[in-house]
Structures are given as structure tokens and as C-alpha cells.
Design a binder for this molecule. Structure first.
Ligand SMILES: *[C@@H]1O[C@H](CO)[C@@H](O)[C@H](O)[C@H]1NC(C)=O
Length: 595
């Protein structure tokens, strides 16, 4: 970066005031890591004693550990939208009104709207080289299969290597399918009884069924089944593809060694850009189902393939950190590691193997706003600038990364929109003791589910629930029957008065308080209601990016890297043998981890 003015002037597109608050050499690089569905209780530095995560634990030793770091939503798509923009997903339309709160089809038209400003966009305008490696899950196309309106490149990422969707079970042979649930909803028994009854009545002459009608019904059912069947069988081909920038390079992708390939890609990016300011968002595809681990990690943990996958993630973090050290970048790089939400407790494989993580003492998991769904790891290291080995228990949010990056990169977001995150630096550096998040609003899709209030001059952390998900089995803490908890009316119980907890005394949310057990019950609710009213006023209606029309498969949006007759298959990126680093060749430290 020779002159800070060039990118600044380019950046004067209304939104950004200039800049240059920090001079160039003080502006850090960013390595932001997000592990998919990782539970806070899976990491050594958050108390796990049976999984080995030495590289991640080192970040805690050398940096700050946030113990009340809260994801803005308990599901991937909205949580990531909030992370990238610093705003509640409801503001960008990334919070749906229906049951489904995430994208499950890559050729759908919804996604992060281009008017949204991500930290990558800001960093890019400030002269940073930017890359996303790994999972995106925020849309791809709008109207054609090559408009890339929601693609990472439309949101400030110069480089992209990864998947635009998520690692669905369907993406790995033998791991089941998201359609298993659909099958479960077809009333085969009722249909069978119906057909048998009609046949019987027809045979007895009670009713006459015309041959033509029967044939038409059979033909119709056959056609629907054939289309649906073809769709299910080809679904992985259509949905599970790997992209390099805007090109599909592998369809369907081989996941087994994907973390290795992503790690290589990230190391290359760091090496190529070590002289520039850079921002790398490394978005792990693990530890989401379909579970996978490279051969070197298979069987290394006591916790099956899930634990092996966590070990591989930790190895990858180690590779990136070693690269920073080797390139002498440790002291001018801010490193962050988090998860997009809590562990997904409903993840038991089709073979009955446990594929879920661990949320420690926190209740429930992904898809709920109980603490297990939203309290995620939050580690920040910036050697020389942030204290080492420090814990911060104040409420913080994954939305805080946006303003923190913007400020450190020398940009300034102007007041044309609400930013819900707060710059973390004063808290991290110990300039202030209290978080600016007096209130945090916990949404389940587009529905305000719960509110957290940390009053000034008090240790209390009040949390109220307006509704809670109905668990199944009923005495459990998960929604096994639907594979995730839903937020819509028939899947929840509403509470009036709301349920009240004080997380400072009851972090596991076991016992709701009552006016008898909590003298301030009514006044706490009153304060929270007032805050909700103010918050609601600040929300302007936008297009729902998760409306049914934006979730469905639109064939004309389908990326396909060969001809349709070849079922869109291709392998242009080396595939199974495409990664360069052999795990065996790594440092003794790594060998120890693998051993
Ligand atoms: C560590 O994580 C594994 C895998 O999620 C979990 O099964 C185990 O209970 C955790 N152990 C501890 C001591 O927290």
C-alpha cells in the first residue's frame, strides 16, 4: 500500500468517510476463522478434556477468550449474514418467516442483498486483498446462472475457493439425505388403505371406478415420483460443487480431503499477499454433517468421526498460524476464531453414530436460542496489541467483528444504516470494563424469540423467552423428530408472562424465575419490553430473502460444469489427489497431534 489515498478515494461511494485514522503500518491483517456447528464444549480452552485442540487453545493462551460470545442467530445462513454485515439478519431480509431458515438448494434465488456492506467490501475499498476460503451459504445467483449477484465476489471477496451452499448429508455417498424427512411426511399407510378400500368397493360393485381415471392417476403419480426420484439422485451433482472464484471446478466435490485443499489454498494466499494488508475469512466446512476427515485424522479421537473432524480443524488452524509466524506476520495480524452457532444436537447418523458436538453446560443447541444454540467460542489474538491469556465474560456478539474490522482497516461506516455490533477493541484492550451490548435480541428466523439484558452497574444477565421450542422427545433438549427445532407456531410454546432467567446465577437455564423467587421480576420485564419497542422501531421492512420463492430450485439458476447429459459432473481441480501438503511432512508438533 503506497498511498492510502487511492483506495480511500475509490471508497468514497457514499458509504464511507475517509479513512486514515490509523497509518498504514498500524493497520493489521485479518485472519477470521469460523468453524461450522462447532460446540463451545468441544475445545480444550473451553474445558474439553478428551478432544485435543492444542492449536486453537494456543490462541486463547496468546490472546483473549470471550466466554459470553453470542451468535446473532442459531442457524448458518442468518448467523453468517449478521457476522459479515454487523447487523441483525432481520435487517437484511436474511431471516425467514417460514419453517426453513437456511438455503438447502444452490440454484435458489435468495441471498445476501448487494446493498448490504460486508467487512470484506470495506477492507477491499481500504486496499486490502480479500479472500473467502470455505463455506459461504449466502446465495449465488438472482436471475441467470451466471449473474453471481450473491456470490462472494459481489460482497468484497477478491478470491473465493469453496462451496456456496453448505455441506449437506447428500454431498457424501452413504450419509443419508435431507429428503429422508420428505419421505417421512408422505402418508404411505393412509394411501395404501385408501387404494385397497376403493379396489374392494369397486370389486363388490359398490362404486365404479373408470379405467381411464385409474390409468391417469397412476401415470401422474409415476411422473411425479420419477421427477422427484431423478431430482433426489442427481441432487448431489447439482448441489455439491466446489468453486474457484466464479468457476465450478468440481461437481460433486470430494469432501474427504477438502480441508487439506482449503488449507493449502489459504497458505498460498498468505504467502502471495504477505506484503499487502490482507483479510482472510477461512470458513471451515467441517464440523457440519456429512461428517468427514482426511485419512490422517480418521480414528484419532475418542469421539468417532466427529472428534476426528475437530482434530483436523485444529491441525488446519495450526498450519495457518505457523504460516503467519514463518512470514513474520504474527504481530500485525488480528486472528479470530468462532463458530456460526452451537453444536447440532439432532445429528445422529443414519447408522446411529453420534455426529454432534458438545455445548458444555449450556442448554440445547443449534436452531434454538437457548444458550447452547448461540453461545459460541470467541478467541482473538493480536500479539503485542491484545493481552495474552485474558478472559472477558461480558456479552459480545459475532456482529462485533464488522465494526472492529472496519475501524482497524481505516474505514468508517456512515449513518445510512443501523449497525448492531460494537467495536471490540476497547473491551479487548481493557480500556473499558463493560460491553456496550446492554441488550441483545435473539431471533429465531424472523421471530423475536428472546432478549438478553445486562443492566449497567449490575452483574445480572437477564434473559427472557417469549416462546420456547417444543422438544421431542419431550424430556430432551433437542427436536429429534424434525432434525432441527422450528420457530413457527405449531412447533413452539408461547409464554405470557415470558420466561425469565438470570444467566449470571443460572447459566444452564434450568429454573425460570417467578415474581416470588425474583422480586424485580416485573420491573425487569418492563425494561425489556421498552427496549423491544425501541428495537422494533429501528427495523425497516425489506424483501424476505428466505421466502418460498427464494428457497426453491430454479433450474435456470443451476450451475453445471459439464453438459446436462453428463449430469453436470466434472473434476478440474485435482479432486481426490489435489492437495499438496502431506500431513506426514509436518512439524513434530503436528505429528504429535496426529499420533
Ligand atoms: C468433548 O467433546 C466431545 C465431542 O463433542 C464430547 O462428546 C465430550 O463430552 C466432551 N468432553 C468434555 C469433558 O467436555
Amino acid at each position: 500500500m503506497k498511498s492510502p489515498w487511492i483506495p480511500c478515494c475509490l471508497g468514497l461511494l457514499l458509504l464511507f468517510d475517509v479513512c486514515c485514522a490509523l497509518n498504514d503500518d498500524k493497520r493489521p491483517n485479518f485472519v477470521l476463522m469460523m468453524v461450522d456447528d462447532l460446540g463451545i464444549g468441544d475445545l480444550g480452552c473451553y474445558g474439553n478434556t478428551t478432544l485435543r485442540t492444542p492449536n486453537i487453545d494456543m490462541l486463547a493462551q496468546e490472546g483473549v477468550r470471550l466466554t459470553q460470545h453470542i451468535a446473532a442467530a442459531p442457524l448458518c445462513t442468518p448467523s453468517r449474514a449478521a457476522f459479515l454485515t454487523g447487523r441483525y439478519p432481520i435487517r437484511s431480509g436474511m431471516a425467514g418467516l417460514g419453517q426453513l431458515g437456511v438455503y438447502v438448494i444452490s440454484a435458489a434465488s435468495g441471498g445476501l442483498p448487494s446493498e448490504e456492506v460486508t467487512f470484506a467490501k470495506v477492507a477491499k475499498r481500504q486496499g486490502y486483498e480479500t479472500a473467502l476460503i470455505g463455506k459461504w451459504h449466502l446465495g449465488l445467483n438472482c436471475e441467470r446462472n451466471d449473474d453471481y449477484c450473491h456470490h462472494p465476489s459481489a460482497h468484497g471477496f477478491d478470491h473465493f475457493y469453496g462451496i456456496t451452499l453448505t455441506n449437506l448429508r447428500d454431498c457424501q455417498p452413504g450419509h443419508g439425505s435431507i429428503f429422508t424427512n420428505v419421505r417421512a411426511h408422505i402418508p404411505f399407510k393412509t394411501l395404501g388403505v385408501g387404494v385397497a378400500t376403493v379396489t374392494l368397493l369397486h370389486a363388490r360393485g359398490v362404486v365404479t371406478v373408470r379405467r381411464k381415471l385409474v390409468l391417469s392417476v397412476v401415470a401422474l403419480v409415476g411422473a411425479v415420483a420419477a421427477i422427484f426420484g431423478t431430482f433426489v439422485i442427481t441432487f448431489p451433482n447439482f448441489n455439491c460443487f466446489l468453486m474457484r472464484n466464479r468457476e465450478v471446478v468440481e461437481q460433486p466435490y470430494v469432501s474427504e480431503n477438502l480441508t487439506q485443499r482449503m488449507t493449502d489454498e489459504a497458505v498460498d494466499f498468505l504467502e502471495r499477499n504477505s506484503a499487502l494488508p490482507f483479510l482472510l475469512f477461512f470458513s471451515f466446512i467441517q464440523v457440519h454433517t456429512a461428517m468427514f476427515a482426511s485419512p490422517a485424522f480418521q480414528g484419532t479421537s475418542q469421539h468417532g468421526i466427529y472428534g476426528d473432524a475437530v482434530h483436523e480443524v485444529d491441525w488446519s488452524v495450526g498450519q495457518l498460524m505457523q504460516t503467519l509466524e514463518r512470514l513474520n506476520l504474527k504481530e500485525n495480524t488480528l486472528v479470530y476464531l468462532t463458530s456460526d452457532q452451537g453444536a447440532h444436537l439432532e445429528e445422529i447418523s443414519v447408522w446411529g453414530e453420534v455426529h454432534r458436538g458438545w455445548n458444555g453446560i449450556y442448554k440445547a443447541g443449534k436452531s434454538t436460542n437457548w444458550e447452547g444454540g448461540i453461545r459460541v467460542p470467541g478467541l482473538l489474538r493480536w500479539t503485542g496489541m491484545l493481552p495474552a491469556g485474558k478472559d472477558i465474560d461480558e456479552p459480545t456478539s459475532n456482529m462485533d467483528i464488522f465494526p472492529t474490522v472496519v475501524k482497524l482497516a481505516g474505514g468508517m461506516a456512515l449513518g445510512d444504516r443501523v449497525i448492531d455490533g460494537h467495536d471490540l477493541m476497547p473491551l479487548l484492550q481493557g480500556e473499558v470494563e463493560r460491553s456496550k451490548h446492554e441488550f441483545l435480541f435473539h431471533y429465531c428466523n424472523a421471530y423475536l424469540n428472546a432478549v438478553r439484558w445486562h443492566p449497567p452497574n449490575s452483574y445480572s444477565i437477564w434473559k427472557v423467552f417469549f416462546f420456547t421450542p417444543d422438544f421431542y422427545p419431550e424430556n430432551g433438549t433437542a427436536c429429534m423428530h424434525t432434525h432441527a427445532c422450528f420457530c413457527t407456531a405449531s412447533y413452539v410454546t408461547y409464554h405470557d408472562p415470558p420466561l425469565l432467567f438470570d444467566l449470571s446465577r443460572d447459566p444452564s437455564e434450568t429454573t425460570p424465575l417467578t415474581p416470588d423467587t425474583e422480586p424485580t421480576f416485573h420491573s425487569v420485564l418492563e425494561e425489556i419490553r421498552a427496549a423491544v419497542a425501541l428495537h422494533k422501531e429501528s427495523i425497516t421492512p425489506v424483501q424476505d430473502q428466505l421466502a418460498p420463492g427464494h428457497l426453491l430450485w430454479k433450474p435456470w439458476l443451476q450451475p453445471c460444469c459439464s453438459s446436462l447429459s453428463q449430469l453436470c459432473r466434472c473434476e478440474r481441480d485435482g479432486g481426490r489427489d489435489g492437495h499438496r501438503s502431506t500431513v506426514e511432512a509436518d512439524s513434530p508438533q503436528d505429528q504429535h497431534i496426529i499420533a
